[in-house]
Structures are given as C-alpha cells and as structure tokens.
Design a protein around this ligand. Sequence first.
Ligand SMILES: [Zn+2]
Ligand SMILES: [Zn+2]
Length: 316
Amino acid sequence: MGTVVISIDAELGWGFHDYPARDRPTDRIERSRWGWERLAEILDQFRIPATWAVVGHLFERECNGAHVGHPSPPGWFAHERGEDPMPERFRFAPDLVSRLVDSRVDHDIGAHTYSHVELDADYATEPLARAECARAIEAAEALGIELDSFVFPRNRVGHRATLAEAGFVCYRGQAPETTADGPYTGPLRKLAQATVVADPPPLVEPTVDEHGLVNVPASLYLFGFEGPARRLLSRTVGDPVVRQARLGVDAAADGEGVCHLWLHPNNLTTAADLDRVRAICAHIDRRREAADLRVETMRTVAARAAPDDHSVVSRD
Ligand SMILES: [Zn+2]
Ligand SMILES: [Zn+2]
C-alpha cells in the first residue's frame, strides 16, 4: 500500500529575512498569512493531514528582537529592530498555529529551525544548531506542541546528530535525482517531463540514518515550475504540476512507496495557485476513496519506518 505525504515549509516573514531588504519578495511575504489560511482550509475541506514545519519564532507571542545569548551571526535579527521593523504579523503566528491544532484533521506540527538557519552553511556552528533546535522546541512546548518532524530551510541538510540529540524523530531529505535518460536535460527535461514524457515524480522510501533519524525524502516541489512556461502550458495542456502530482499519487495508489509533495504557504498568492493545490488534494481524496492509499504525515510515516527498538531520546 502506497502513501501520500504533504509537507509545508511555514515561515511567513522568516523565509527571506537573511536577504537584503530590497531582494525580499514582498508580494509573497504580504500574501503569506492569506496563503497559510487558504491552504489550511483546502486541507480541511479534503480532510488531508499534513506536516507543517513551522519556523520556531512563529510559535512566540512577542520578543524585543534582541535574542541575547542566541549564537547567531551579527545582524541576524536586525529585521526585528530599528526604525522600520518587519511587521509583527510576519514574525509571530501563535494564532495560525493554534487554528491548525484545533482543526478537524490531525496535522503534524514540526520544526523549520527557530529562525530559518541554513544548517549546512558556514555560519551554522554547532552552538547555533543546538540553540535553533532548543529554542524551537521550547517555544512550541509553550503552546502545548511536541515537535517530531524537521524540515531543513532550503533543504540544506546539516547537523543531523544535533537534531537527533534534541529529540527530533524524522526529517525531509532531498528528492532523489531523476535519471537523465532520454534526449532531454536541464530545463528542457523539466519541460519534457511535465508535457511529453509525463514521468511521475520519484516515489521514495523512508530510511533510518546513522543517528536514528528517519529520512522521509521529498518527491516533488509543487511550485518549482513557474514563470512564462507555466502560463503557456496551463493555457494549452493544463497545469503541468497538477498533472505530474497526479501521476505521483496514482503511482503510490497503484503500488508501494511514498509520494511526498511539498510547498510553502507563501507560494499561494493567486487564485490559480489555489486551483493547483485544490486539484491535487481532490485527486488525492478520490484515489483514497477508490483504493488502498494512505494519506499521512511525516510523523506517522516515520513511526512505521523506525525500527521497533527505536526509542525517542527524551527531552529533559
Ligand atoms: Zn525575535
Ligand atoms: Zn524555508
């Protein structure tokens, strides 16, 4: 029996705070609460539980922007301070998180570090990695939430031993490289996959790493195919991402393996973006009705994949 997993990198204003202010995609940030709420509604409508990997700072209710003692690089929290700080609605979100917890589907609330640190970057020291885990866990606990699942900012995998020590159970690993057979490579291959070839995205298998963490790799990013090519194809053959995601869901429904789809709430800025997610969720729901298809979160998949003797390190 195959499985569909959806994971969501939930970051509001934290996804781009390390960019110079002029390079931040302000339209995506401005729409990020809207996208979050619409995504939660669609998942609720189709009763699809998802893993929401939330930037830990969003669990907070307030802060003064100082973060004294947090071993981050100089200026890391500068966007919270000064004359024109980033608005609070993009830095705090206990309201949005609480609504997820109270929703009628059993979402898995996970972590996306505390302040969107790329854990394989040069500045990501061991003390910083440890602090990012500890602070996220503490802020979530204050809302009564226990974190098991972890998504690395920008999928930059690092400090896995520290994650395991902190008590995380699983993470989203990078998608397998698709084999470059056939005449198409690079962007052309992407286009060919979505139109002519119509390859399903890779199904993945959870594996347990040397630290006891379960890796639930990604299959397909739902917003990796944008711009003029998307618009052109959408007018002719329909949304190519919907088509590819459906193939992945069908492959999972027809066999074994995990079809792991992922996105950010701030990918959703237009009605067409919502249509894409709604079409994919509707297809998942249809296939679940008709076949033995599991629709699960990273936490649930990891619980089944972990060896029987695998016990979660206690957080004391
Ligand atoms: Zn802060
Ligand atoms: Zn992110």
